[in-house]
Write a protein that binds this ligand. Structure first.
Ligand SMILES: [Mn+2]
Length: 549
């Protein structure tokens, strides 16, 4: 098998910092406690500026991008295949196939690049094509080294130092007169220990003698062979075996096919199945982008269902998960949201706990297992918590989030306030932005009751920064309201570090906000003395106020 089985730890699409940081830390935790799999942190989309800031700050690698969980070649248990080089003899490759009980042998070059394959059928065909023992098919052109290897022969003389043997093959089994009539200069003769005929063959211009049954030759024959430049080989095999082996003493490239089905690690399994079925060899070869052979897939590899293994963090709903999640095998879910709609075939570990951040849960799990949290993992977890709880100020924040944040800050050696300020700054940047861009950078449309409401929100650290932009943004709010036909346009200004509360700017049917929050408006503005979450506080509150009417 090539490497341990992989499990991807992944958060929701449009990932926020909690999703990314929880995936990184949970993968670290799992790799520490479980060596059965290799846990790989992954992300379901591009990183937010804020998340990039956290990873850069603690020098942690960006998780790999996964946009589809459908199974691919990389999810198979790929084994290193048995291969041969093109100069190996057909006999050698056939022996490998017999001994290792395999049907197909990939042929590679010295860089492991795939050249082709050979299988039982190719070798049989090669052999069958040469069955007829006439002049054409009995001539050979073989590499001497390959020949010597195939016949397990010894070289007795090689006066011309030939490397390659080409010629017609004859078995000197007939009467002396008959054989000498047949023989032509340049022929190769297979002969036993018949001393009388050996000399005659040499004198007739035979290019080579192949002696069967380890036959030896006299000094005179050696001398004669040197004089006539004749190659003499001696092999332990019988005449019959020699003539059987000779056609196989050629480089395997002669019985190799190049039109082989090739797949890559990222090829979907559905496609692989089709290719394997259509292939003559009932297999597909896995190569990299430079056509270097990685593995071979046969039908038996495709019998069982192949699934990507995943652990979901910070979500548990199909609609938020990566495409193809229904094809994956979910091993665990670690989350802090409402229960969604994902179901599994086998029982799995689900840890859903309504705290402020998934990173709090991961931090607690690591602590529970008495595992030391390295500074960078502590930092990443803290980043996730501070981001998801708006520096511990959002209404979802629990005592456990605060406690975990303290522990992690100590381990990472950083100050929560200072780091939090930088974290928000990384996401909030008013520089070079027009009022319209600021209004629309985080803007959502909601239909509540019969009212169409547009809600923009912004995080700021210093309220003063907004002063020069206030007039412009309010003007844009009114413009957008008219352009898009909103009944109400709202702009929420959260200032988490000052913790005084939230300023709201309103254009359109201001009554709605007045009623919902029981506040007085001064012009287009009002103030609510707590930090709001758009989805958890603001929208429901307006919805309730409509129900009361
Ligand atoms: Mn979260």
């Amino acid at each position: 098998m090539i490497g341990p089985k992989r499990v991807f730890v992944i958060g929701h699409r449009n990932p926020d910092s909690d999703s990314i940081c929880a995936a990184i830390a949970y993968a670290y935790f799992k790799n520490t406690v479980d060596k059965k799999y290799l846990y790989i942190p992954a992300r379901a989309g591009a990183l937010l500026k804020e998340t990039q800031f956290i990873l850069d700050y603690f020098k942690v690698e960006t998780p790999i991008l996964i946009t589809n969980l459908s199974s691919t070649v990389s999810d198979l248990n790929l084994k290193t295949p048995i291969t041969a080089f093109p100069h190996h003899s057909i006999k050698d490759v056939a022996m490998i196939m017999r001994e290792d009980n395999i049907d197909t042998v990939p042929i590679v070059d010295e860089y492991q690049r795939l050249l082709g394959v050979t299988g039982y059928k190719d070798i049989a065909k090669y052999y069958i094509d040469r069955i007829e023992w006439d002049e054409v098919t009995t001539s050979v052109s073989v590499d001497l080294k390959t020949l010597v290897q195939t016949l397990q022969a010894r070289i007795l003389t090689n006066p011309k130092k030939v490397k390659n043997l080409t010629g017609r093959i004859l078995i000197a089994a007939m009467q002396k007169g008959t054989i000498l009539h047949y023989i032509k200069p340049g022929d190769i003769a297979i002969v036993g220990d018949r001393i009388d005929i050996q000399a005659d063959l040499i004198k007739s211009g035979c290019k080579a003698l192949i002696l069967s049954d380890e036959a030896s030759v006299s000094e005179e024959i050696i001398k004669l062979a040197k004089k006539h430049s004749t190659l003499i080989l001696s092999t332990p095999y019988s005449t019959f075996t020699i003539s059987n082996l000779l056609p196989l003493a050629v480089p395997v490239r002669a019985a190799m096919r190049q039109d082989v089905p090739v797949v890559f690690l990222e090829t979907p399994i559905i496609e692989v199945k089709k290719k394997v079925l259509e292939s003559v060899y009932r297999c597909a070869l896995v190569v990299d982008s430079e056509r270097r052979l990685i593995s071979i897939i046969t039908r038996s590899d495709l019998i069982y269902p192949i699934k990507k293994k995943v652990i979901l963090v910070d979500h548990n709903e199909k609609s938020q998960a990566v495409t193809g999640v229904e094809e994956a095998e979910i091993l665990e879910i670690i989350d802090h949201h409402r229960l969604g709609d994902i179901s599994t075939l086998k029982p799995i570990f689900v840890y859903n706990d309504p705290v402020g951040s998934t990173c709090t849960i991961v931090g607690e799990l690591i602590t529970l297992h008495n595992i030391d949290i390295p500074a960078e993992i502590a930092g990443v977890l803290l980043g996730g918590i501070l981001s998801d709880t708006l520096i511990l100020s959002l209404s979802t924040t629990t005592e456990r989030d605060k406690k975990m944040a303290q522990v992690l800050a100590k381990k990472a050696g950083i100050d929560i306030e200072t780091f939090g300020r930088e974290l928000i700054k990384s996401q909030v940047d008013l520089n070079h932005k027009s009022p319209r861009e600021i209004l629309l950078q985080d803007f959502k449309e909601n239909i509540i009751g019969e009212k169409k409401i547009g809600i923009g929100q912004i995080l700021i650290l210093d309220r003063q920064e907004l002063n020069p932009l206030e007039k412009g943004i309010k003007k844009e709010m009114e413009k957008i309201r008219k352009e898009r036909g909103y009944d109400l346009v709202v702009f929420l200004i959260a200032n988490p570090l000052e913790r005084k509360g939230e300023e709201i700017w309103v254009k359109g049917e201001k009554e709605i906000v007045k009623k919902a929050f029981g506040v007085k408006l001064e012009g287009d503005s009002c103030f609510i003395p707590r930090i709001l979450s758009r989805k958890k506080d603001f929208i429901p509150k307006i919805g309730y106020s409509f129900e009361q009417i």
